[in-house]
Ligand binder design. Structure first.
Ligand SMILES: Cc1cc2nc3c(=O)[nH]c(=O)nc-3n(C[C@H](O)[C@H](O)[C@H](O)COP(=O)(O)OP(=O)(O)OC[C@H]3O[C@@H](n4cnc5c(N)ncnc54)[C@H](O)[C@@H]3O)c2cc1C
Ligand code: SF4
Length: 493
């Protein structure tokens, strides 16, 4: 514990974000930096409590409580307070291959489970994490560390999102020769074509990939396993195969008018936007919200990323629909600490919409009934009705339409951000893998072995659409199990 009285003396502080109207003019990250003194003071707020729930990483009521990769948070908080940044970095890398990603985009279940948070705002763990790794890059402490010895074993990783990258990094560190196959033109999975630039600048991903290349990992983009390359080829030419293919099948909206022009899946909108940005401006495939009344259907994080992107395009108006009721503003009695708080949160997109249009764009308890097009079959209206959630015959809450609550919304762009329903079929079918009830690849958590010997699965493809930090957790653990499979025992954590 750096300073025993720190949690009583200091208040939680974060660096100021750039003002919303300012940041809407560009695609740069909007979180600010904090001076060293401020960070050390924030580190001093850690109580180093006997049982650090922040570090525990458990599932409570289906939600993560504490850090899923078991970051050694109290240890690096103390080291930061003492100004021992390189030691803090070393501790951070023991559990996390990519703190520069989680330090930016993790929802920080660690902070929800922080013991200080029982009586005052949590220790600013995520911000400290981000600054530790950025300090490491700035000081030149983050260097390629290729393995001293190669084992002669070859492993193919399919998919280059955070689970595939974490798995590849760990396997490579154990001396195996790793090749990562990716169907997209760029490596990074949803870190690149998903999470938008203003939350995670793509140069940050590229910086890490350069290190991984220098450590000996081979990346093969533009290769769709199951189409460009038979999955059986990978099984035959490698000692093990790890499928980290994500859960990228989007949930569709089954209403009349779905086929109209101007109605897109959120991921098409976001991917094309990032591709256009990375190729130096707009290109022909951009779906632009400029000058359009834009409706985002889906109140989650993907929807929020659509909100932020549409605002930067210069949409004319904006609404974000959520069929569920508005959450409470404070923890309910059935949602105690250290559980993740199920409360109303305002993310960056809503903050920006408030600044741009003077109101939060979210509409709760609203159901889309119909999309209406113009003479050219382009969407022009969204018809909705409000719903009430009432217990059905089996006792589970279900939506019931509220008579007289019908509304018509003008819309020339409709973005569907209603979640994802599982991984895509190609590789799974080619290899004849078993699936679980949610169509994810069947492989037990902690084991990662699929129904086919030598084939493993990790990340969203195994657990369903989740978080970057869970993908890193699964990628690391799957690497450990692959190493055990290949060598009979393992030193990997
Ligand atoms: C819009 C959006 C925003 C998000 N924002 C956040 C956030 O802020 N914070 C957070 O923690 N989480 C966020 N998430 C969730 C997070 O991005 C995912 O949980 C995480 O990326 C999953 O990692 P993964 O490696 O399992 O899969 P992915 O990142 O989905 O990567 C899978 C990769 O496999 C490739 N692939 C698939 N099939 C094949 C094949 N047959 N051959 C070759 N390649 C293949 C895909 O192209 C993809 O690149 C967000 C998700 C979305 C959609
Ligand atoms: S990875 Fe996420 S949960 Fe873990 S310490 Fe960082 S912000 Fe917290």
């Amino acid at each position: 514990m750096g300073k025993p009285t720190g949690f009583m003396e200091y208040q939680r502080e974060l660096p100021a974000d750039r003002p919303p109207l300012d940041r809407l003019r560009d695609w740069n990250e909007f979180h600010g930096a904090m001076p060293e003194d401020g960070l050390r003071t924030q580190g001093a707020r850690c109580m180093d409590c006997g049982t650090p729930f922040c570090h525990a990483g458990i599932l409570l009521e289906g939600m993560a409580s504490g850090c899923p990769i078991n970051n050694l948070i109290p240890e690096w908080n103390e080291l930061v307070y003492l100004g021992l940044w390189e030691m803090a970095l070393e501790r951070l890398h023991k559990t996390n291959n990519f703190p520069e990603f989680t330090g930016r985009v993790c929802p920080a279940p660690c902070e929800e489970a922080c013991v200080v948070a029982i009586h005052s705002p949590a220790v600013a763990i995520k911000n400290i994490e981000c600054h530790v790794i950025e300090r490491g890059f700035a000081e030149g402490w983050v260097r390629p560390r290729p393995p001293a010895v190669r084992t002669g074993k070859r492993v193919a990783v399919v998919g280059s999102g955070p689970s595939g990258l974490a798995c590849a990094a760990q396997l490579n560190s154990a001396g195996h020769s790793v090749t990562v196959y990716e169907r997209n033109d760029r490596i990074g999975g949803l870190l690149v074509y998903g999470i938008p630039q203003m939350k995670l600048e793509k140069r940050i991903v590229e910086r890490r990939l350069d290190l991984m290349r220098a450590e000996g990992i081979e990346f093969i983009p533009n290769t769709w396993v199951g189409r460009d390359l038979p999955a059986s080829h990978l099984v035959e030419h490698n000692d093990a195969v790890v499928l980290c293919i994500g859960a990228t099948r989007p949930r569709d909206l089954a209403v009349p008018g779905r086929e109209l022009a101007g109605v897109h899946f959120a991921m098409d909108f976001l991917t094309r936007n990032t591709r256009a940005l990375l190729s130096g401006g707009t290109n022909g495939s951009l779906i632009s919200a400029a000058g359009k009344d834009t409706i985002v259907i889906g109140g989650g994080d993907t929807g929020t990323d659509c909100v932020g992107t549409a605002l930067r395009h210069g949409c004319r108006s904006l609404a974000q629909f959520e069929i569920l009721p508005e959450p409470p503003t404070e923890r309910g009695p059935g949602n105690p600490w250290p559980q993740w708080r199920k409360i109303l949160r305002r993310d960056y997109g809503q903050e920006e919409a408030q600044a741009r249009f003077g109101r939060d764009p979210r509409e709760y308890s609203i159901m889309t009934k119909l999309l209406v097009g113009d003479a050219k079959r382009h969407v022009k209206e969204v018809h909705t009705v409000r719903v009430q959630w009432v217990p059905g015959a089996d006792g589970r809450l279900e939506p019931r339409e509220v008579p007289g609550s019908e509304q018509i919304w003008p819309a020339q762009l409709v973005l569907l951000a209603m979640g994802f329903v599982g991984p895509e079929d190609d590789v799974i079918e080619q290899l004849g893998l078993e699936r679980d009830a949610r169509t994810n690849i069947r492989a037990e958590y902690g084991q990662y072995a699929t129904s086919v010997p030598g084939v493993f699965a990790a990340g969203d493809a195994r657990r369903g659409q989740s978080l970057v930090v869970w993908a890193i957790n699964e990628g690391r653990q799957a690497a450990r199990e692959v190493d055990r499979y290949l060598m009979g025992s393992t030193q990997l954590p």
